[in-house]
Design a protein around this ligand. Structure first.
Ligand code: NAD
Length: 320
């Protein structure tokens, strides 16, 4: 089974490494506008395979992506300093649209996993530009935010992150919503387990979560391990047909009255991609915040310079 990774930068190459270690794919093709970078990353990754898992890894073209089961899109405009994800939307959208045109021209008919930011908008861009069904276009969404929240609460409550039942929904970004009402530790509410999470605690936690990526970017210039592991988890659920429930970004069609926009809600993932979007039990305020998050994304999606690329300007098979 093959995965095509479009964008072999920090996120793409780290995802390739993590996918290789998990032995999910026999073949990994890296496609990047910077072919020298893709070739170097492929060679470096190949050096690890003999000690890890037999995997063919090479720098390729969109023709190599045609038979991929999953195409991962990480090509985009990374944010710097305190730049918000949405502020780079127009630049990322043009890159992503170009990659999707090239991918679809190859005859690709698999599942697209989108990591490029702002990931909810880029998931909507992939959906519109590719013509693929909504079940086969999945953004990494708030899976990363949810796992960050699990880790933060786990260290405060001295339990394993996996023991924390947590959920972040909406935008992967500044309007994300923590479903505080559904937080559970072994079936207990936080108040039953330890002490109540008062409003100031909730606000502090939400702020730390929103700022987590900015702080990492200030320190090392980019984030890679958390997002790469999120990509692996999504690919694993799909390839192994797990029917796991993960908070990922996909097209909503009326859930909580929201439609025509991609954002995160818990979804069942399996071999066909997104099998079902679940509508969790949210508190009234959380539902209001979720609709506000959708409105932020709808406004930003409408503000993109549509049409992103006219078919005439679209190179049929250029890797750029
Ligand atoms: P990076 O600059 O290291 O890598 C981007 C790569 O894309 C570069 O190698 C570049 O050459 C390539 N590229 C650009 N245009 C291309 C094109 N038209 N075709 C093929 N390749 C092209 O950036 P990064 O740190 O790897 O981040 C990549 C994206 O992932 C950014 O949008 C970033 O914001 C996003 N990201 C998302 C999450 C998340 O949670 N979803 C987390 C971290 C980063």
């Amino acid at each position: 089974m093959r995965v095509a990774i479009i964008g072999a930068g920090h996120v793409g190459s780290t995802a390739a490494y993590a996918l290789m270690l998990r032995a999910l794919f026999r073949e990994i093709v890296l496609i990047d506008a910077n072919d020298t970078l893709a070739s170097a990353e492929a060679a470096d990754l190949s050096d690890a395979t003999a000690l890890a898992h037999p995997t063919s890894i090479w720098a390729g073209t969109y023709e190599d992506a045609a038979s991929a089961y999953i195409a991962l899109i990480t090509a985009g405009t990374p944010t710097h300093g305190s730049e918000t994800r949405i502020s780079v939307a127009a630049r990322s959208a043009l890159i992503v649209a170009r990659c999707v045109n090239n991918l679809m021209s190859s005859g690709f008919a698999g599942i697209v996993v989108v990591a490029a930011n702002p990931v909810d908008l880029m998931t909507s861009v992939v959906l519109r530009q590719s013509g693929l069904p909504p079940s086969r276009v999945i953004g990494t969404g708030t899976l990363l935010d949810t796992s960050r929240l699990q880790q933060m609460l786990a260290s405060a409550l001295h339990v394993a992150p996996s023991a924390i039942g947590a959920l972040v929904v909406g935008e992967h970004g500044d309007s994300e919503v923590i479903a505080f009402s559904s937080l559970r530790i072994g079936g207990l509410t936080v108040a039953e387990f330890a002490s109540p999470l008062e409003e100031p605690d909730q606000l502090r936690l939400a702020k730390s979560l929103r700022e987590a990526a900015y702080q990492i970017i200030q320190g090392k210039g980019y984030t890679s391990f958390g997002i790469a592991t999120s990509v692996v988890r999504i690919c694993e659920a799909i390839v192994r047909d797990e029917r796991s429930v993960l908070p990922v970004s996909s097209l909503l069609s009326g859930q909580f009255g929201i439609q025509d926009i991609c954002l995160s809600l818990p979804c069942i993932l399996g071999r066909e991609g997104r099998i079902r979007v679940l509508q969790p039990d949210l508190a009234e305020l959380e539902m209001t915040e979720l609709r506000a998050s959708a409105a932020v994304l709808q406004g930003a999606l409408a503000a993109l310079p549509w049409p992103l690329i006219s078919p005439a300007a679209m190179p049929a098979s250029s890797p750029t």
